[in-house]
Design a protein around this ligand. Sequence first.
Ligand code: SAM
Length: 250
Amino acid sequence: MKIDIVTLFPEMFESPFGHSIVKRAQEDEFVQIETVNFRNFGKGKHRVVDDTPYGGGAGMLLKPEPIFEAIESIEEKSVRSKKRIILMDPAGKKFDQEMAEEFSREEHLVFICGHYEGYDERIRSLVTDEVSLGDYVLTGGELAAMVMVDATVRLIPGVVGNQDSVLEDSHSTGLLEHPHYTRPAVYEGMEVPEVLRSGNHQLIEEWRHKESLRRTYLRRPDLIESLDLTAEEQSWLAEFKSEQLSQDEH
Ligand code: SAM
């Protein structure tokens, strides 16, 4: 996969992409990540990339020309690749695991990071997607692009050594992940559930599945609404509900 990031602050990406899984994914050639500083396409001696809004108002807007030219330079370097051009925008579609999975199957992703008050509206004609990290406003699109690249790259098959661990992560299965424990078996009086030490893999799988559903029911019941539950899951759910009712009564 090829990823280009169009930004005014390329140095910001050095640390997050220079460690751990994203670093290894680049070294092992699962992904090639480059930054394009659109300041280089700014006009005049000061390479201006922003200007005041027509009609007045607070703040500066990113001008169309530098971003159009930055995208053109990416097109020229990789004419044949099929690109997803993704605008970082708090007004875009909210990023989630499903979108990360979709992005991880693409050939070439281009992230455009905004700054200042936002973009000249015509920049939107360049893009295939407008995506938000969440319902809050960041100073620039860089942090959002970092998060989206990280979540996407770890889903490229082969990037994370044990692919099963990625497939079992929270949100990948539609449920939150079950609780985990490691040694010691007892710490400060808190004990690891007996079943996890039993060596019975079928019982362990069942316990994990049930606890995954319990955690989702307690923390994110909205996620359960969109699931097609098996008869066993429905009976577990009924059990959690009655447990909760009896707890509320006490
Ligand atoms: N005035 C803009 C608005 O109300 O939508 C916010 C501009 S924000 C200060 C500057 C840039 O940061 C945005 O153009 C966008 O690229 C990026 N940004 C801010 N919040 C974001 C979010 N939640 N998700 C993705 N990008 C975001």
